[in-house]
Design a protein around this ligand. Sequence first.
Ligand SMILES: *Cc1c(COP(=O)(O)O)cnc(C)c1O
Length: 359
Amino acid sequence: MDCITFMAENYVGKELTSLRMKNIDWSSLSFQYIKTDYNVRCYYRGGKWGELETSTSEEVSIHMAATGLHYGQQAFEGLKAFKGKDEKIRIFRVADNAKRLHDSAEEILMAPVPEELFTKAVLKAVELNKDFVPPYESGASLYIRPVLYGTGPKIGVGPADEYLFMVFVMPVGPYFKAGFKPTNMMIARKYDRAAPLGTGKVKVGGNYAASLRASHAAHKGGYSAVLFLDSKEKKYIDECGPANFFGIKNNTYVTPKSESILPSITNKSLIQLAEDMGLKTERRAVLLEELETFEEAGACGTAAVISPIAQIDDVEVGKSYVFAKDGVPGPISEKLYNKLRAIQYGDEPDVHGWVTLLE
Ligand SMILES: *Cc1c(COP(=O)(O)O)cnc(C)c1O
């Protein structure tokens, strides 16, 4: 891009920003796509990654035979930036997301994005759109969506020769508009999300396509989400669609271990915080029957941190597991939730080195 175009783009960008800033009602944001000013892109061609480019376009031009369109060669990430009381912008655990996208890419034979490139792209996307990071008081945040897919044409099944890595961002509301309240979930026995030796452990779009029918059924039944059992035996707890599961009993934080669970960075953080609070922690196979013994249960992920679970219905079997009777989350879930949010917003010290400050 030449200098004049860059200046013109920059100018247009500033105009857009000031226009948009007036229009955003931070308190009414939900988890929805909103256009921001810029996104960043990087192309993998001829066996190497190119320069990081800045774009103001919401569109990508893609070859009709791209593997990302036909054969599911696609992976993504989700992380957030928060504005503190001190007006500083904090990005949560970006290095962990970089590592995870690297793992996802390797699993489905895509060109992995070098971790430094990932971090640089995320920081740049936030920096360019920093006027869209919601103010501290709103309880909202900036959601960051990195995505990688095969762009090279291929009709015989195989990995593409070319890839596009891009990062776009959007302000999103606090997940719990009505406050931090438990909801009901449904066990999906009729559906599997991922096979035991399949792609469940990586963040690829294909897993989401496979889970859409189950979550649709759950929403139709009045449930907030689905809890998947292990696909092979239907005996163990796997995870909740886009979030990991945890239960609490006898001062212990328990989360399932399985080959088909996506390693949630929120879960990893909660395990650490639980240990810091003096809880025991266990990552192990969790039998469905064990649900009866949990005092608290929740789903965890970047979007909500923790979604406390009121009740889990095993609809086909006609059995219910109840955790929160009066619409109140369990005390340990609430403590963990508050602690993690406090670190993300900079209200409490970042003792584990999870936060990257945007300078
Ligand atoms: C992204 C994701 C999660 C949550 O991971 P976080 O890193 O905590 O956001 C859980 N399960 C699945 C299947 C996911 O794709």
